[in-house]
Design a protein around this ligand. Structure first.
Ligand SMILES: Cc1cc2nc3c(=O)[nH]c(=O)nc-3n(C[C@H](O)[C@H](O)[C@H](O)COP(=O)(O)O)c2cc1C
Length: 365
C-alpha cells in the first residue's frame, strides 16, 4: 500500500481525488443574515483550486440561538440554501467535494448576536460561556435535533456532498458528551450512554432526513484535555456505535478554547518537532474503527503525513496551512519538499475580528 496522500480515497459513497481535506474554518465573511457572501464564493473558488479533495465549510449554525457571531453562516432558511448553492457551483467546477459543517454553539453561543437566551445541557456557568445558560428542556432538545436534521437536508438541497456534525471543541454536542458540562440527571445526562444520547439522536435524525446515499461524518474530541472532560476510550466507543449505524467517517480533534496548552487550534507547532499533538488519540481511533479516520491539528510536513498514512490514517485535514498558502497541496504534489510555512501564531484571526475576514497575518522577521 502506498503512503502517498495523492491517491483517490473513499469516504462513504464518495470518491475523493486525494486524502486532503480543508478542515472546517470560520472565515469571518458571512453576511449578518447568515447567508454566504460573494467574498466567501471567491474564497471557496481559490480553495477549490488549491489541491484538496474535500473542502469543509466553516461551522454553520443550525438555528439563530446556536450562533456565536454575526459573520457565522446559518442554514435555517431558504435564502441560506440559495447562497450556499453559489459556493457549491464554484467548488464543483473543479471536481472537488464540499461538506457543510453543522453546529449549535450551546452555552458558547452569544446572546449579543442572537438576542436570545443562551442554552446548554444544564444551567451551570462554565468558564467559556459568556453568561449563565438556561438548561434545555427535553422538548427543546428534540427541537434542536430537528434543526440539525433540517439543516442537513438544506445542505443536500444546496448540492453539498455531505455534512459534518460538529461534536468537538466545547460546542453544544460536545457540552452534552462531556461529564464536566453535562450535569443533567435525566435521559440526556449522567452515565456515558445518556451523555451520548443527544449526538446519537442528532445523527439518526440527520441520516433519516438525508438518506443513506449522502455522506455524514462527525468531528469529535479524542480527548477534552480538561478535568472531568470526555476521554479517549469513551470517545472511541461513541464513534464506534455511530459507525455501526452508518456514520461514514470521523475527524479527531481535541480540547476547547481554554484547555491550555492543548486547545483545538494549538500554537507554536513546528514541522517535524511537535506536529500533530492529538496523534495518540488519532492512532487509537484508527486502530479501533473500520470507518475512515481524519487527523487534524498541527500537520505541517509531507514527512509526517506519510507517517500518519502508514499508521492507517485515511484523511489529512489542514486548516491554518491553507490560510497561509492556499495552494500548498498542489505545490507538495509538484515536488516541493519544504513543510508548511504556517507558524501556528493564530494571527489569522486578527483581520477577521476586525470584520475583514481571515487572512495570514504572521509577523515576518
Ligand atoms: C480561523 C480559524 C477558524 C476555524 N473555524 C473552525 C470551524 O468553524 N469549525 C471547526 O471545527 N474548527 C474550526 N477551526 C479549527 C480547525 O478546523 C482545525 O481543527 C485547527 O485549526 C487545527 O488545525 P491546523 O493546525 O491545521 O490549523 C478553525 C481554526 C481557525 C484557525
Amino acid at each position: 500500500m502506498t503512503n502517498s496522500p495523492f491517491v483517490p480515497t473513499t469516504l462513504g459513497r464518495l470518491t475523493l481525488k486525494n486524502r486532503f481535506i480543508r478542515s472546517a474554518t470560520w472565515d469571518g465573511m458571512g453576511f449578518n443574515d447568515g447567508s454566504f457572501s460573494p467574498a466567501q464564493v471567491e474564497l471557496f473558488r481559490n480553495l477549490s483550486l488549491g489541491g484538496a479533495g474535500l473542502l469543509t465549510s466553516g461551522f454553520i449554525a443550525v438555528t439563530p440561538q446556536g450562533r456565536r457571531n454575526r459573520e457565522q453562516n446559518m442554514l435555517c432558511e431558504n435564502q441560506h440554501v440559495q447562497s450556499l448553492r453559489k459556493i457549491v457551483e464554484v467548488v464543483k467546477r473543479e471536481e472537488v467535494a464540499l461538506f457543510a459543517q453543522l453546529v449549535h454553539c450551546g452555552g458558547y453561543a452569544s446572546t449579543e448576536t442572537s438576542n436570545l437566551p443562551i442554552v446548554a445541557p444544564g444551567d451551570n456557568q462554565e468558564p467559556i460561556f459568556e453568561e449563565k445558560p438556561q438548561a434545555l428542556t427535553e422538548n427543546q432538545i428534540k427541537e434542536v435535533i430537528t434543526q440539525f436534521a433540517e439543516a442537513a437536508a438544506r445542505a443536500r438541497e444546496a448540492g453539498c456532498d455531505g455534512v459534518q456534525i460538529h461534536a468537538a471543541h466545547g460546542y453544544l454536542v460536545s457540552q452534552f458528551l462531556s461529564p464536566c458540562t453535562n450535569q443533567r440527571t435525566d435521559n440526556y445526562g449522567g452515565n456515558p450512554e445518556n451523555r451520548a444520547r443527544f449526538l446519537n439522536e442528532v445523527y439518526e435524525k440527520v441520516r433519516n432526513y438525508v438518506g443513506t446515499d449522502f455522506t455524514v461524518t462527525i468531528k469529535i474530541n479524542g480527548s477534552d484535555y480538561f478535568k472531568n472532560g470526555l476521554e479517549c476510550a469513551e470517545s472511541i466507543k461513541i464513534t464506534q456505535q455511530l459507525a455501526e449505524i452508518g456514520l461514514d467517517g470521523v475527524e479527531v480533534s481535541g480540547g476547547n478554547p481554554i484547555s491550555i496548552p492543548l486547545t483545538p487550534i494549538p500554537k507554536e507547532i513546528k514541522a517535524c518537532d511537535n506536529e500533530v499533538p492529538f496523534k495518540n488519540e488519532v492512532f487509537a481511533f484508527t486502530e479501533s474503527l473500520s470507518i475512515p479516520v481524519a487527523a487534524v491539528a498541527g500537520i505541517r510536513s509531507l514527512e509526517m503525513i506519510e507517517k500518519l498514512i502508514a499508521k492507517g490514517v485515511s484523511l489529512i485535514s489542514l486548516c491554518r496551512p491553507l490560510i497561509c498558502e492556499p495552494d500548498l497541496i498542489n505545490q507538495w504534489q509538484a515536488g516541493r519538499e519544504e513543510p508548511s510555512r504556517c507558524t501556528s501564531c493564530n494571527r489569522c484571526f486578527i483581520p477577521a475580528f476586525k470584520g475583514k475576514g481571515i487572512k495570514c497575518n504572521k509577523k515576518t522577521a
